[in-house]
Design a protein around this ligand. Structure first.
Ligand code: FRU
Length: 501
């Protein structure tokens, strides 16, 4: 039995006692949420000892951000998670103000290595405080982790000139074919924007700065958080979450956003040049995603289905806050990032309802098409060659509430709107995105869980995610056409084995 600090012991006791007081129905069904209290970024997403492990930024004692711990859960299908005791607590001199985001890898001897950012607050001369950030390690067996005695393993002395020691976080580690290790870390250079630093290590413990993989140069927001860097379909992909974005058309919105860069890695210089940029998710709630390579070779991404700018969506009285997105399989098609819900989700499909060539104008409801845990595929087109003006699908609907996804073929704009979902806060409730549609044809897949909707447009060419706290009784689904729309509908309930008839 490893030595466990008082701080971690307290957290484990607390989550054990209070986590089980939350009823199953008060949580999402197949999206991981905080065991109790607060959750943000996915951390240490990996496959270890026969199971998927997900750690997360965690403050068990309140539904607000606080000194960061690492929560922990495991799964065999990426959809149903079992909580394990919290893995890390801020209990050492080098991480006493927080164990920030990081990643995990299996060492050749079978031990599990976590790499995370340790935070220590320092008093400034003007009386304020700043966070000094270093990179730290913990080694464990999938349940208990011991912090490395030589922590921190990367600190300000390893940084290139002009780099901030205050914005220096979120290491993502991987192993190279030759057995050596690399990690990318988000950082703020002297120009005040963001850059991704590349570090190398022969054994995962001794780290050296290699070079700047790519610099933001104030193009996409400022500081770049939570980088992930991996090969995919013959290209290299950098995922990162920029702070302080300015909007660019319908591609990027104000505030904290997500960025996917696709391009080439120059192996001589270890620099990355991108040929394509896009948002990762075009909805309201998505940030800080992390990926793994599954054993069968799929690159699967999970993001925090929330955004710092939209956290204040109170009015939902549950003792947890923060949930992860559905896991998404990534691919590159036509130079773009595509996302599809993991195929494991298909095992949850039941009660199929399929209707073809439903031609309608005005409001339409279909027998058997309703529910709050649903996989809904829609394929829409104009009827009799005449262009419609608007199509919408409404869900989580009753006489009072609804959330809608609408599409106008005239400008190809899709809008996700949760204004009438029951929120009593003045945060963003609507987001528009430009989508690809020729002649008013469009494919949409909606994944609904108790407290969220995720939209996959045109087989995953774009996604839009949002959390919803509408009461569960609002389970109606209806369609609306201004003009005449012809659609094919396939609907499944997403139920666990234990619930099926
Ligand atoms: C991103 C982030 C990370 C940091 C963590 C702190 O959401 O700001 O950069 O490590 O959250 O909880």
């Amino acid at each position: 039995m490893k030595m466990i600090s008082e701080t971690l012991r307290e957290a484990r006791k607390y989550e054990e006692a209070f986590g089980k007081m939350i009823k199953k129905e008060q949580r999402p069904d197949f999206h991981l949420c905080a065991r109790i209290g607060w959750m943000n970024d996915p951390n240490g997403f990996c496959f270890y000892d026969g199971k998927y492990h997900m750690f997360y930024q965690y403050y068990p004692y309140a539904t607000q951000w606080g000194p960061m711990h690492w929560g922990h859960a495991v799964s065999t299908d990426l959809l149903h998670w079992e909580y394990l005791p919290a893995a890390l607590a801020p209990d050492e001199f080098y991480d006493k103000d927080g164990c920030f985001s990081g990643s995990a890898i299996t060492l050749p001897d079978g031990r599990h290595l976590l790499m995370y950012t340790g935070v220590v607050q320092e008093r400034l001369k003007n009386g304020g405080v700043c966070d000094v950030q270093t990179q730290c390690l913990a080694v464990g067996d999938g349940i208990d982790y011991e912090k490395y005695e030589k922590n921190p393993v990367i600190d300000e002395r390893d940084l290139p000139e002009g780099s901030s020691r205050i914005d220096f976080r979120d290491p993502k580690i991987w192993r190279e074919e030759d057995g050596s290790y690399r990690c990318v870390i988000g950082n703020r250079p002297a120009d005040g924007s963001g850059q991704i630093l590349l570090f190398t290590s022969p054994d995962g413990f001794e780290w050296k700065f290699k070079n700047v993989l790519i610099a933001n140069k104030n193009r996409y927001g400022r500081m770049w958080e939570c980088p992930d860097f991996f090969p995919l379909d013959g290209k290299w992909v950098l995922l990162t979450s920029p702070q302080d974005m300015l909007p660019q058309g319908f591609e990027y919105h104000n505030g904290d956003g997500t960025l996917c860069l696709i391009g080439e890695l120059d192996k001589q210089t270890d620099t990355f040049t991108h040929e394509h940029d896009q948002a990762i998710d075009y909805g309201i709630d998505f940030y800080a995603p992390q990926t793994i390579l599954t054993q069968d070779g799929r690159r699967v991404m999970i993001g925090w289905m929330q955004n710092w700018d939209t956290c204040n969506i109170k009015g939902y009285e549950a003792p947890w806050f923060g949930q992860m997105s559905v896991p998404r399989e990534l691919s590159i098609r036509n130079g773009r990032l595509y996302q599809a819900p993991v195929r494991e989700l298909e095992q949850m499909r039941c009660n199929k309802v399929a209707c073809e060539n439903v031609t309608f104008s005005g409001v339409k409801r279909l027998d058997g098409v309703s529910g709050r845990r649903v996989d809904l595929e829609l394929s829409i087109r104009p009827a009799q060659g005449e262009m419609y003006r608007k199509f919408a699908v409404r869900f989580a609907q009753d006489d009072t509430y609804q959330t809608s996804l609408s599409f106008h073929p005239s400008d190809s704009i899709m809008k996700l709107d949760r204004k009438f979902s029951g929120s009593r806060r003045a945060i963003i409730h609507q987001r528009r995105s430009e989508v690809n549609s020729v002649n008013g044809e469009l494919k949409i897949r909606l994944i609904l869980d108790r407290y969220s909707v995720e939209v996959f447009v045109n087989d995953g060419e774009q996604t839009m995610s949002a959390v919803l706290y509408t009461q569960q009784e609002a389970d109606g689904i209806s369609f609306l056409a201004d003009g005449t729309v012809c659609m094919d509908v396939v609907k499944y309930d997403l139920l666990g084995e234990y619930e099926r008839a």
